[in-house]
Design a protein around this ligand. Structure first.
Ligand code: MRU
Length: 344
């Protein structure tokens, strides 16, 4: 396996480590992940998260096991176990398909490891391409609102929506960012704030319920978010709360962009209605947990709904920022996303 050093994942001499994102920003702890079971636990508890990065982490885990000598049946079983670790992020099943298809010929073990390495290398390039395309949309001084975490912690590279923001900042556009804290797991408040601070991008943290009021006051010029799965008609599944932001942005006439690599496109989904939404544990809503410990403020048996993602219809999205370029509504209506998925 190739050595690599990302913000949330490293491989050195065949050893895979994850930065435990459930403890950020106050504790920066790296975990050596040696078994499929440990990777499954890390993905399901969001120690590693973000649609592109969970796909790469899972793929590299299979490569680690291949190098450790696991037999073919065991590796196929690992691929199937990891495939269903989180159901909404299609990058994960797309990556597992790539690995499964690579296991051919007498040299299948080497081909499998190379396929996993290529997925990780490709993601870096896809992020850079999205960053360039997306930054070209942004005018000087824009105040950009983003949701969840879509940066180096969510990908192998500079990120999707945060990658675009980062490139615009590096180009000297003088932008600033409203960071939605992103209940219930606070990826914005814990992770995006941490990343933007390290990059020197000016940002202001807000609670999710402040976004619409800021839009009404004319203090938001653009919304850019990531995606966990994009249907061919342009509907987008992303972190819960994205749909509400899109409705508010539409009402206020604010451009609403989704940035995602082609690995997030799902040609098998005609529309968002086909996308499975992950349901998570009730305690995530009854309180919070993190490096400071657990806090439960609701009645311990309070009935809870906890869908981790929602679907934003294409009619509310103005730009799809892909590695292949920026698509508008007319292009998406003319089947540009199906073609982008097929070309990939
Ligand atoms: O539950 P998470 O933290 O994995 O959700 C992440 C998101 O919703 C991101 O917006 C999405 O994966 C795109 S990340 C580049």
């Amino acid at each position: 396996m190739r050595d690599r050093r990302g913000l949330g994942l490293t491989v050195a001499a065949g050893r895979l480590e994850l930065l435990d994102q459930s403890r950020l920003p106050h504790v920066e702890q790296w975990l050596a992940i040696e078994t499929v079971g440990a990777m499954l636990e890390a993905i399901q508890t969001l120690r590693v998260r973000g649609a592109p990065l969970i796909a790469i982490a899972a793929a590299l885990m299979v490569a680690v096991r291949a190098e450790a000598g696991d037999d073919r049946d065991t590796l196929i079983e690992a691929i199937e176990i990891l495939r269903s670790a989180r159901p909404t992020a299609v990058n994960l099943s797309n990556a597992m398909d790539v690995l499964r298809r690579s296991m051919i010929g007498s040299d299948w073990r080497r081909a499998l490891v190379e396929a996993a390495d290529d997925l990780a290398d490709d993601d870096v390039a896809l992020c850079n391409a999205m960053g360039e395309h997306g930054a070209a949309l942004i005018a000087g001084g824009e105040r950009i609102l983003t949701h969840c975490n879509t940066g180096g912690l969510a990908t192998a590279g500079i990120g999707t929506a945060v990658g675009v923001i980062r490139r615009a900042h590096e180009q000297g556009k003088g932008i600033s960012v409203w960071v939605d804290e992103t209940r219930p797991l606070l990826q914005g408040g814990r992770l995006t704030a941490w990343e933007l601070a390290a990059l020197g991008v000016p940002y202001t943290l807000i609670t999710d319920n402040m976004a619409a009021a800021l839009m009404a006051r004319g203090e938001v010029d653009r919304v850019i978010v990531g995606a966990d799965r994009i249907a061919v008609n342009g509907d987008v599944a992303n972190k819960i709360g994205t749909y509400g932001l899109a409705v508010a942005a539409h009402y206020h006439g604010i451009p609403f962009a989704v940035a995602a690599p082609h690995t997030t496109l799902d040609p098998a989904c005609a529309s968002g209605a086909d996308i499975e939404i992950e349901q998570r544990a009730a305690d995530e809503v009854r309180g919070v947990s993190g490096s400071a410990g657990d806090l439960c403020w609701a009645p311990t048996d309070a009935p809870v709904a906890n869908p981790a993602f929602d679907v934003t219809p294409a009619a509310l999205i103005t730009h799809w920022i892909l590695d292949a370029g920026v698509f508008d509504r007319a292009a998406v209506a003319a089947d540009a996303l199906r073609e982008a998925a097929q070309r990939a």
